[in-house]
Design a binder for this molecule. Structure first.
Ligand code: HEC
Ligand code: HEC
Ligand code: HEC
Ligand code: HEC
Length: 244
């Protein structure tokens, strides 16, 4: 046999040996127990602790925030949606990392975007927060209340967001068929809204929405309005001249 063929065969034999050795050395012990699969990984996955926990898991550690959240409108959002799900609470001993910058966090869901469904409460960032952190006015766990626990609408009276009368006029096209274009109703069974007290109109609409005041017609109409619609349409009708 020529010398160069011998060398080639020897090299091939060495390679085959290295391959067999590598296969023996690197194959995990549990491989092939259930087929072409590392059986031990099943136990590893089964024993992994979940990183994303149900809010109830934090109720014992943070009873106060959990109680506020349970009563509030943000109950649809789980703790770790805001408290950074990607950080493993196990690594921090069960503690939730605090979102420090609400100006980054809250607009993710609340910034006004043309394609966002109207059912999601939205704000115009530029005019709404006026340079302050969202949490300086809203309790993040129950955002219709201030951090001090006062209803946020009352805070509005003390210089918060203002009603938009022009937007209210747009909403009122749904109402004038019964309540009249000038807020003076077209039938004796429909109440006038013109020059009614604004706060009264807001609370009447809120009651229809909540179902504490029931009327087959107004119930459905009111439920189709969001918070700003209510505020704006109330301001619009309240500002119309009184019926003569
Ligand atoms: C909508 C977002 C959001 C949700 C949902 C939320 N949090 Fe928070 N949480 C915040 C923000 C923002 C702060 C920081 C408030 C501040 O800076 O004043 C905070 C602060 C806290 C704090 C105080 C931490 C500190 O360092 O002062 C605790 C404790 C807490 N949250 C627990 C919870 C628990 C428990 C839940 C679930 C039941 C929850 N949070 C749900 C946004 C949220
Ligand atoms: C993951 C999305 C999400 C984040 C983040 C979030 N929210 Fe909300 N928020 C919602 C949803 C959804 C609702 C409506 C809940 C409902 O109507 O049942 C809501 C409701 C509200 C409301 C009540 C609006 C109304 O007209 O009834 C306010 C105020 C509010 N959020 C403020 C905040 C503030 C302040 C922050 C930051 C601390 C924040 N939100 C962070 C999703 C979010
Ligand atoms: C200066 C106080 C203040 C700050 C700061 C503030 N808000 Fe508000 N926000 C209010 C008041 C008051 C209301 C209720 C009156 C109203 O509906 O306009 C409100 C209402 C809302 C609503 C409900 C709007 C609707 O029409 O349904 C959302 C959502 C909201 N705020 C989100 C935020 C977010 C997100 C931030 C931070 C970027 C923020 N707010 C910062 C005072 C504030
Ligand atoms: C199909 C007719 C109809 C339409 C459209 C209608 N309403 Fe009404 N509304 C009524 C009737 C009837 C009542 C009296 C219901 C009752 O007794 O509770 C009423 C009552 C009210 C009240 C309570 C007034 C009071 O004095 O207590 C308010 C506020 C109101 N409507 C606002 C609106 C707004 C805002 C719209 C438009 C989004 C609207 N309505 C559209 C028929 C209508």
């Amino acid at each position: 046999m020529p010398k160069h063929i011998k060398v080639l065969l020897m090299l091939l034999a060495l390679l085959a040996l290295a391959f067999a050795g590598g296969k023996w050395f690197f194959t995990p012990a549990s491989f092939w127990a259930y087929g072409h699969y590392r059986a031990a990984s099943v136990d590893e996955i089964a024993s992994a602790k979940p990183k994303f926990l149900e809010p109830a898991a934090f109720s014992a550690t943070y009873p106060k925030q959990y109680a506020t959240w349970s009563d509030g409108i943000h109950k649809v959002i789980k703790c770790q949606d805001c408290h950074l799900a990607q950080l493993d609470p196990q690594a921090t001993g069960g503690a939730l990392p605090t979102p420090r910058d609400s100006l980054k966090l809250c607009p993710i869901c609340h910034q006004r975007i043309a394609g966002r469904p109207a059912t999601q409460p939205q704000i115009d960032l530029a005019s709404h927060y006026r340079g302050q952190q969202c949490v300086s006015c809203h309790d993040p766990h129950s955002p219709l209340f201030s951090p001090a626990g006062k209803p946020i609408a009352l805070a509005a009276a003390a210089g918060g967001a203002h009603a938009d009368v022009a937007a209210g006029k747009t909403v009122s096209v749904r109402c004038v068929g019964c309540h009249g274009p000038a807020g003076v109703s077209v039938a004796p069974t429909f109440p006038n809204l013109a020059c009614q007290k604004e706060t009264y109109l807001v609370s009447a609409l809120n009651e229809y929405q909540a179902g504490t005041r029931t009327n087959p017609v107004m119930g459905g109409l009111a439920k189709a309005l969001n918070r700003s619609d209510v505020r704006n349409v109330a301001a619009y009708f309240a500002g119309l001249p009184c019926a003569k």
